[in-house]
Design a protein around this ligand. Structure first.
Ligand code: SAM
Length: 285
């Protein structure tokens, strides 16, 4: 038997393209400067495979060739490059306790206010739409139909926004959801006609998808009653997170709530919120 060291095996497996340290630094810098996303060395393989897909799609010759096109000023390719780098993992009712909190603790108080006729929720970093549609499902039966209720869903990635706007998902995406949720809130594959289930029109009408880079200017005035920004700041460094949390506080109504992801924290970053536990925060007046 011939002994082959693991390193030698790795080197024998030739890659289709060569990504040098210089390429990786250029990619990381561009992505950080534009979107605040930190690409540590641990992300090298991920970056290689995602940018390789862009190289093939554009029939470029390799990293040098592709990056010259993608990173030049005013490049039309830059947006596709950014789309390729973002991580869009999401699901319906992800971190369900947030939707339970919204339903049981926030909405009843808002509905008690007889003067109120308006509700604004923002899903910041909404990915393919499962998060804002789950918000819509949570609001649908609790908020009076005559209220002016809107859910703003924003993301940097134009591909995920297109999926969100269409609101149609492979059946696998709704597997595991309660039967009544599927029957109440989705058109069946038969109705959709292409094997996918589509979020019902009444819910789609509540959600407005817009492209927005969280690091740039925000055109909306607010105030929002609730902001979901979950599993987004995990890609940012602490200084960027601090700026963002303070901007969310500015955008929230007094006593407005902010939900962040399970592995994210505001600890030592801002004193504009009080923690209600379980990554639920309330703005301090
Ligand atoms: C992992 S997904 C989270 C989706 C959803 N919030 C959830 O928790 O299921 C993170 C999303 O943040 C978006 N994102 C990353 N950087 C962004 C930025 N600078 N501005 C806006 N969106 C950004 C990505 O495109 C991606 O869709």
């Amino acid at each position: 038997m011939v002994f082959t060291p693991r390193l030698a095996q790795y080197e024998m497996h030739e890659r289709e393209f060569i990504m040098t340290a210089k390429h990786f630094v250029a990619i990381s810098k561009a992505v950080y400067d534009y979107a605040g996303i930190v690409l540590s060395d641990a992300k090298k393989d991920m970056v290689y495979s995602r940018v390789s897909r862009c190289i093939r799609r554009t029939s470029s010759e390799g990293f040098d060739d592709y990056l010259a096109i993608a990173l030049e000023p005013n490049s039309n390719e830059f947006i596709h490059f950014v789309n390729a780098i973002t991580t869009n993992l999401t699901s319906f009712y992800r971190e369900k306790h947030h939707f339970d909190f919204l339903e049981q603790n926030i909405l009843p108080t808002l509905v008690e206010d007889l003067q109120r006729k308006r509700l604004r929720v923002w899903s910041a970093g909404c990915s393919t739409g499962e998060e804002p549609y789950t918000i819509a499902m949570t609001l649908k039966d609790q908020i009076p139909s005559y209220w002016d209720t809107k859910i703003l869903a924003t993301d940097l990635d134009t591909n995920v926004l297109a999926t969100g706007r269409e609101g149609a998902y492979g059946v696998g995406r709704v597997e595991g959801l309660a039967k009544h949720i599927i029957s109440d809130y989705f058109d069946t594959p038969q109705e959709k006609g292409d094997g996918r289930v589509r979020v019902k029109q009444a819910l789609r009408d509540m959600v407005f998808f817009k492209r927005l880079n969280l690091l740039r200017q925000w055109p909306m005035k607010g105030p929002f009653d609730v902001i979901f920004c979950r599993n987004v700041v995990i890609y940012f460094d602490k200084p960027t997170q601090k700026v963002l949390f303070d901007r969310f506080a500015d955008m929230l109504a007094p006593d407005g709530h902010l939900f962040i992801g399970h592995s994210e924290s505001m600890y030592k970053l801002t004193d504009r919120f009080e923690s209600l536990g379980n990554t639920v925060y309330r703005k301090i007046r």
